[in-house]
Design a protein around this ligand. Structure first.
Ligand SMILES: *Cc1c(COP(=O)(O)O)cnc(C)c1O
Length: 396
């Protein structure tokens, strides 16, 4: 009996536990202080009335033999695939329903997509990064080569001709930096991947937050992406579905490597490893992508976008360099001279009762930075902005 030794190489999982414990300890010592939580990476809800209505209707169907649904197609129902196809159609991306694979969320498919690729691949991860890209590949025993996001490249690394890699993970709009590739920038990645026969795994979880016209919502909007990219997306942030668990992955039929169709391989993988997503949740997803659902989502997101505007305006006033706040619900800033993310986290917690996320949670490339989230309540965000202004102007 031998275990997978790669699990021993994972970054310690205690990061968010540690964060929660430090916040709880502070609150226990200072019960009179009100914490302003800009650390959250979760939506605050509630779900839209059309989604709730669809859930009720689907539960009703399951209660009668005449309308009951048992097993469904492993890769998703026709009605939800059609809703996703039409969602892409609004931006001029023509997908066939077979190219859409319904999932229980982006994290699930990020964990499974590696099944298609050899352990020998060189995996490029644009860092700082959502931890799943690195950890799932480490678990599989693959070599990770970090692509450094930094102030010089605006936290949007681009490929040079000499860049060598087989699989590339890109997240745009980005968690944690809030940055997003423009069309010409992302086109450079697509052209590089086609030229080098690499595959891009594109995480579009925050596409619904984009406000700038020149930022693509999907990598598939770009010419050539259908021969080099897999897009992983989710209703988690788009429709407040983090607790519902629903997403989709697009594997274009034109994506072929070593003479094999990745679309065919992913179909094999999914029909083997999963029996799909619950009927009730898929009906809820269909409602979330209906015109009334999309209108509700836009209004919910507008609240987070307004939080982003308030925080951006505040940071601009302090003269502190930062990224994000416009196309994603996060802002990212370097800590004052020489401080670690954890040290700055402690200062902000103790001196301003603001909870942020230390950049160290997003890999070594995140050290010395903190992430501010726009998912806090508008009142807390406005109050936090006032306190940040005072603290950052006076120096910590
Ligand atoms: C929240 C988030 C997701 C969504 O994950 P789900 O499993 O669909 O909830 C995916 N990628 C990034 C970068 C995220 O921040």
């Amino acid at each position: 009996m031998k275990l997978n030794a790669a699990y021993g190489q994972l970054a310690p999982a205690f990061f968010f536990t540690e964060l929660g414990a430090r916040v709880a300890a502070y609150q226990a010592d200072h019960p009179d202080k009100r914490l302003l939580r800009l650390g959250v990476g979760d939506v605050t809800g509630p779900l839209s009335p059309v989604v709730i209505e669809a859930l009720r209707r689907a539960v009703g169907e399951q209660s009668k033999a005449a309308t009951f649904h048992g097993y469904l197609p492993e890769t998703g129902t026709d009605f939800l695939k059609a809703a996703v196809v039409s969602y892409y159609g609004r931006r001029g991306v023509a997908l066939s329903p077979q190219e859409v694979f319904i999932s229980s969320g982006a994290a699930d498919d990020l964990g499974a997509i590696g099944n298609l690729f050899s352990v020998d691949n060189r995996v490029l991860v644009a860092e700082p990064a959502y931890p799943a890209y690195v950890d799932t590949n480490r678990m599989a025993g693959r070599r990770i080569v970090p692509l450094s996001g930094n102030r010089a490249n605006g936290f949007l690394p681009l490929p040079g001709d000499d860049l060598n890699g087989d699989l590339v993970y890109l997240c745009s709009p980005n968690n944690p930096t809030g940055t997003a590739y423009t069309r010409p920038q992302l086109q450079r990645w697509v052209d590089w991947a086609n030229e080098h026969e690499a595959v891009i795994v594109f995480d579009a979880a925050y596409e619904a937050f984009i406000q700038d016209e020149d930022v693509p919502h999907s990598i598939l909007e770009l010419p050539g992406a259908e021969t080099c990219a897999i897009e992983i997306c989710s209703l988690s942030k788009t429709a407040g579905f983090t607790g519902m668990r629903l997403g989709y992955t697009v594997v274009p039929r034109a994506l072929v490597r070593e003479g094999s169709s990745l679309h065919h391989m992913w179909t094999q993988d999914r029909t083997t490893r999963t029996n799909g997503v619950s009927y009730v949740i898929q009906r809820a997803g269909e409602a979330a992508l209906s015109p009334a659902g999309l209108r509700f989502n836009r209004e919910a997101i507008a609240v987070y976008q307004e939080n982003g505007r308030i925080l951006s305006d505040t940071l601009q006033k302090t003269g502190v360099w930062f990224t994000g706040g416009r196309n994603a619900p996060y802002l990212w800033l370097p800590c004052p001279e020489g401080m670690t993310g954890w040290a700055f986290f402690e200062r902000l917690l103790h001196e301003a009762q603001i909870v942020v996320t230390p950049g160290e949670g997003f890999g070594e490339g995140g050290a010395g930075h903190v992430r501010l989230s726009c998912f806090g309540s508008p009142a807390d965000t406005a109050e936090a902005a006032q306190r940040l202004l005072t603290i950052l102007k006076n120096g910590i």
